[in-house]
Design a protein around this ligand. Sequence first.
Ligand SMILES: Cc1ncc(COP(=O)(O)O)c(C=O)c1O
Length: 368
Amino acid sequence: MTVPFVDLKAQYQTLKHEIDPAVQSVMERGAFIMGKEHSEFEQAFASYIGVKHCLGVATGTDALELAIRACGIGPGDEVITVPNTFIATTEAISHAGATLRWVEVDPRTYNMDPRNIEPAITPRTKALLPVHLYGQPADMQPILEIAAKHNLLVIEDCAQSHGAKYRGKKAGTFGDVACFSFYPGKNLGAYGDGGAVLTNNDEIAERVKLLRNHGSREKYSHALEGYCHRLDNLQAAVLGIKLRYLDGWNECRRRAAALYDRLLKDVSGVVTPYVLPGVEPVYHLYVVQVPDRDRVQAALKAEGIETGIHYPIPLHQQPAYAHLGFKPEDFPISAALAPKILSLPMFPEITEAQIKMVVDALKRALRN
Ligand SMILES: Cc1ncc(COP(=O)(O)O)c(C=O)c1O
């Protein structure tokens, strides 16, 4: 038996009877752009998260860039985020014309550490951009307090945290604006690319609406130069169906994580995920730290177990940011995590037998 890292085919098989007719219906009606599935999904996702507006866009990266632009952030402005994230977070800042600033993460959660924010604030800082990495919300209470004290906007990167909760409220309800990705492997994933911007702010919503569709309210009338960053209606049809299953899938992920936690508790050398009190994570990824990670990963692969690394090179060490001149030790926690972290197979359909197989193989790899 092999264990895949994620199993999108298994999920499709369980939903095929709903997805196929929904996709067929879009095709038969030729309703490919901004159709009824698009607006129905926007309404359903806004109400699921608990905010006023949801604007479907083409990708999570576009969601971030449009959100930053819609906040009026651009050249000369600084946005604070973390080096321990996917590059989309910082690409969006740079593509909006703003300057990125990194702050070190909390060594327990690998998320933005609120204690590091204030020293990084300058007169040019306009926003804090915490990432709810691996499906665990960042510590939002102190982040919001700092933002209020310094009059900063808060933009949440929720690409990995659909349905996660912090002190009883869902990720995506804390900031001025929140950005989701529906990349296929996400907790709520489309069958292609997709994303969304969520906000309670009417002005931000209106600007995102314009920006995503050529600055247009009415066809061929353009209030401004925008982009072609709309959510595909076929993807909206898929997402509308899958949204109904999201809570159940997240529950399956939490059960899988609890089993991993239990089986790995006493395995020497393995650090299992730390969950902040008051947080209900959704385990987009189940990430452990292991010694000699590359050898361990190769040993698991030899036994048919697929794993991932999120992320092998922190952003401050990426060639794309060499011009910023950072050394690994400038963000020592992020730098130290990168060679130790290993993402174990995690998807709603993973079975107890598969989890036990992963853990047994991991124990063998650590003994050798
Ligand atoms: C933390 C984070 N932010 C942003 C993104 C960008 O999303 P997308 O791939 O839909 O552009 C991703 C997706 O991989 C992500 O993991």
